[in-house]
Ligand binder design. Structure first.
Ligand code: FES
Length: 318
């Protein structure tokens, strides 16, 4: 019978090493395989799980560098996806490791507090009634089980100094910001702004890897648009967004020289970008004197802007 190798990253509090286990290939979930390894081969192997039904969010691990909820992931699906019978299992990224595949979620809980990730009652209403439309605004983000998959996949967090809010926390901010029953409209947008909202690099990994298919990157974009609507315009993130918007509307192209100058200002751009700019000019990839002219069909681009403004209530403020 074909066997599957589970190469698992171990950690005992001091030492890290990789350990291999073999199981026969069978119809099972990834969590089922881990349980079998612990029961039949190694009782010292640590991992967490509770509900076994993709509800509690405690069983997420990395397989071959990608986050999965172990209880809902079929072994066969993994072997087909990676076209291999060797799986490398590691704890989630961007969270402190406690033992083996177990990570510490306490820090995440603390960050949820920064955006008041709970319902603040409205002073003008004491009922909790919602229309179907209002409920649909929050039904998807409310599916989050705080499993940490998006945290593990976030490319910004991999280099962050600890000040950026993880995608799961941004989802909480969005979920309560959009809740018609909530009484502190705008407070979570400000909280996200104060915690580097503009740092998201739109890699979309949080959205792609979320086991509940929550469009977290879109939610972050919504928080940014709300921030602009509320008057945010002086941060480098807001200046970058406005510059991008204006350039494309004017010519259909980005003016990369002006984009950097408008985003960071003359002094900062000169201090941070001069060596890079010199290399770009020397390689013929940039001409700082070139001012893009409107592309052929620029009228169609502008019509798209108008169409978007007319049809998207949220875009009208830009
Ligand atoms: S065990 Fe609860 S989500 Fe997997």
């Amino acid at each position: 019978m074909e066997s599957v190798i589970f190469n698992i990253k171990r950690f005992d509090g001091e030492r890290t090493w990789n350990q291999e286990y073999r199981l026969p290939r069978e119809t099972n979930t990834l969590l089922g395989c881990l349980v079998r390894i612990r029961e039949e081969q190694d009782p010292t192997l640590n991992f967490t799980s509770a509900c076994r039904h993709a509800i509690c969010g405690s069983c997420a691990v990395q397989v071959n560098g990608n986050a999965y909820l172990a209880c809902e992931t079929q072994l066969d699906a993994l072997l087909e996806t990676f076209e291999t019978t060797t799986l490398y299992l590691e704890p989630l990224n961007n969270l402190p490791v406690v033992r083996d595949l177990v990570v510490d979620f306490d820090g995440l809980g603390e960050k949820v507090k920064k955006v008041s990730g709970w319902l603040e009652e409205r002073a003008d209403r004491c009922d909790h009634m919602q229309s179907q439309e209002e409920f649909h605004l929050i039904s998807k983000p409310a599916d989050c089980v705080l499993c940490g998959s998006c945290v593990s996949e976030c490319r910004e967090l991999a280099y962050d100094d600890g000040t950026y809010l993880p995608p799961a926390v941004m989802n909480k901010a969005y979920r309560f910001e959009r809740d018609s029953r909530d009484g502190s409209r705008g407070a979570r947008v400000l909280a996200a702004l104060q915690n580097n909202l503009w740092k998201c690099i739109h890699c979309q990994q949080c959205t792609t890897k979320c086991p509940k298919h929550i469009p977290i990157a879109e939610e972050i974009s919504y928080l940014r648009r709300e921030a602009l609507r509320m008057g945010e315009k002086d941060s480098s993130g807001a200046r970058h967004a406005y510059s991008f918007y204006d350039d494309v509307k004017k010519t259909g192209l980005l003016n990369e020289t002006m984009l950097a100058l408008r985003t960071e200002g003359m002094v900062k751009t000169a201090a941070n970008r001069t060596p890079f700019a010199i290399r770009m000019v020397a390689a013929g990839k940039m001409n700082p004197l070139h001012m893009p002219k409107p592309v052929a069909g620029i009228e169609s681009v502008r019509k798209l802007y108008e169409f978007s403004r007319r049809n998207d209530k949220e875009a009208r403020h830009v």
